[in-house]
Design a protein around this ligand. Structure first.
Ligand SMILES: Cc1ncc(COP(=O)(O)O)c(C=O)c1O
Length: 441
């Protein structure tokens, strides 16, 4: 090809519009995807305000920040990570995860409930995943068929929708909470029944304890009620597969870290586990071990039939292999070192407790001021967030930003990241939110 021809061609390339490129290069299913995150755009607004000298409060991010605005990092975790042998940094991990990590993560997920669950004939296994997100993805890929609907609570972490979309599944919802109890039992029962009319499998993701974006945590009796509703639905419909996936991403910062372990232990004791009921638990080291970027999580699966659990491991591994290949070895080795050495464990635990207390203190101040001002935030018990329902969330977020508080407007309301608001500003943040809410009422 002559140089003048090449020059003409590159000129032609330059004249492509973005629309033309998208239409030509991207099949429609890809062209419809949008990745910009509303959280990052509101964080950018906070950063601009801060840079321009405003006494601004950052309630936008979903990571735990110290009162000085720096990322909270558990020093025992980073120290142990740095001490790992070269092999742990460089080698592949076995695809299901390091064997000792797989055993340990079951204990981290179920706590004291683990031996009780096992003693009563329930088998358990875990596969390593890149973060809790990987565990959610594996379940969506394999426990529903394309076109099925995934059951969520009406308020949920936004990326649930992204994962569902990537897996070609739809979503259905039940209310976050009911009038009297914490659970709208009638709505949950009827939604499961409705789904069973339309599809062969039901999969529900339940982010508990310390729900994102409200901070709501189910009580012991609410957990038992939810579980019994799924179990009854399974028992009454033996031709349908039912999976309850508990997303425990924030369990480490809840009052009852292993609440689901206790609930499942009680359930296992009763010997009423239907064969068509699977329980999954999504473990994440992102928050508990301040290892957000290391991408360490696990899918823990519980079922009365050992051979079926083995089959599930194989199925899930196939998805992992075909999506991200294997998960990182270094964080698995790090967590195992911490939890198999008393001194390291105590060091990790005391820092984790300090961070939890910091969150509790912020929440107590924030909730008290909201109550005083009459701001109708949703029930908020522990974890990273609080949530104010509102029909025009952008308006409220803008009014708050004008007064120095930066929060995230989501569908149906405002997410307040208590995890990123300094303790000394928690009361002021609630005061600003109250003003913004009154202005937008
Ligand atoms: C509700 C919820 N589930 C799961 C996750 C998964 O996090 P990761 O993939 O970092 O473990 C998050 C992270 O923010 C979350 O908020």
């Amino acid at each position: 090809m002559k140089p003048e021809e090449i020059a003409a061609m590159s000129e032609d390339e330059k004249s492509w519009t973005l629309e033309e490129l998208e239409a030509t290069m991207l099949p429609s299913h890809a062209g419809n995807k949008e990745g910009r995150d509303v959280i990052f755009s509101w964080l950018a607004k906070y950063q601009e305000a801060k840079a321009s000298g405003q006494n601004a409060i950052n309630g936008t991010v979903g990571s735990l920040l110290e009162d000085n605005g720096e990322l909270a990092v558990n020093p025992m975790v980073s120290k142990t990570l740095r001490e790992q042998a070269d092999l742990e940094m460089s080698a592949y991990a076995p695809l299901p995860g390091l064997p000792h990590f797989r055993t340990m993560v079951q204990e981290l997920s179920m706590g004291d409930g683990l031996p009780v669950i096992q003693k009563h004939g329930i088998h358990m296994d875990a596969v390593i995943t890149p973060g809790g997100t990987g565990a959610l993805y594996m379940s969506a890929r394999n426990l529903l068929s394309p076109g099925d609907a995934l059951l969520l609570r009406d308020l949920h972490w936004g990326p649930y929708n992204t994962i569902a979309k990537e897996c070609d599944i739809n979503t259905a919802t039940w209310p976050l909470y009911g009038e009297e109890s914490q659970v709208d039992e009638a709505a949950l029962t009827s939604m499961i029944a409705q789904l069973m009319n339309d599809q062969d499998n039901v999969l529900s993701w339940l982010n508990d304890p310390a729900h994102n974006p409200t901070g709501m945590t189910l009580t012991y009796s609410s957990r038992a009620r939810v579980l019994s509703i799924f179990a009854k639905a399974a028992k009454d419909n033996p031709d349908k597969g039912v999976t309850l996936f508990i997303d425990g991403a924030y369990a480490a910062y809840s009052d009852d870290h292993h609440g689901w372990g206790h609930t499942l232990a009680e359930f296992a004791k009763e010997c009423i586990w239907p064969g068509n009921l699977l329980i999954c638990f999504g473990f994440s080291a992102s928050k508990s071990h301040t290892l957000y970027g290391q991408r360490c999580g696990a899918l823990v699966m519980l079922h009365p039939n050992r051979a079926f659990v083995d089959k599930l491991v194989e199925v899930m591994l196939h998805t992992g292999r075909g999506t991200w290949s294997g998960a990182a070895r270094l964080p698995q080795a790090t967590l195992h070192s911490i939890h198999s050495d008393v001194d390291k464990y105590v060091g990790w635990l005391s820092e984790r407790d300090r961070l939890q207390q910091m969150l509790n203190e912020r929440r107590t101040l924030f909730n008290a001021r909201c109550e005083k001002e009459g701001v109708p935030i949703l029930p908020s018990h522990d974890g990273y967030f609080a949530f104010l329902p509102h029909d025009t969330p952008v308006q409220v977020a803008q009014a708050a930003a004008a007064r120095g508080l930066y929060v995230v407007p989501l569908n149906g309301g405002i997410r307040i990241g208590l995890c990123s608001i300094p303790t000394y500003n928690a009361d002021r943040a609630a005061g600003i939110l109250a003003e913004a809410w009154r202005m937008s009422a």
